[in-house]
Design a binder for this molecule. Sequence first.
Ligand code: IMP
Length: 179
Amino acid sequence: MLQIHDKTFEIYLRNDEIQAKVAEIARALNEAYDGKDTIFIAVLNGAFMFASDLMKHISLSCEITFVKVSSYQGMNSTGRVDEVIGLTTDIRGKHVVIIEDIVDTGITMDKIHTLLAVEHPASVKIASLLFKPDAFKGKNKPDFIGFSIPDAFVVGYGLDYNEHGRNTQHIYQLTGSSH
Ligand code: IMP
């Protein structure tokens, strides 16, 4: 059991299961990107553990960089403005693999995908450790998925609940989730 703020979580995916899956995703990526000019772009903060473990199994000659997505109220009538912060590397003509911890509704990933596409990469694909198919309503489904999970809140292994709980090796699910 794990207590974070006002909520209690129970173990959902053990670290050994996660590690086995991470190695499997890496094998698929090593095969798919063999001989290609590849850049991995990990989305902070949530993907930091997944990216770190994943890259230890990547045998490609490649680049890795980290971005954050910020969302703020713009001055104009369109309201929220989104930007990808920290992308200092030129991705033109490169094969991009976005490394994400979780794709839930898919809104965040659609934004990142759109913002990266204008930089003219050769391709953009998504590797996400977790995917919630029942919550998904986006346009860009992850191409490499670790675990498809029910639509219940999870924390740990990089994922947070109000910025706490990222520093665990297992993934936990909110207790009382009906799934
Ligand atoms: P989206 O709904 O796919 O746009 O996901 C937005 C963001 O919400 C993700 O990148 C995560 O940071 C966060 N998120 C979604 N589901 C969970 C969860 O179950 N636990 C922790 N964070 C989550």
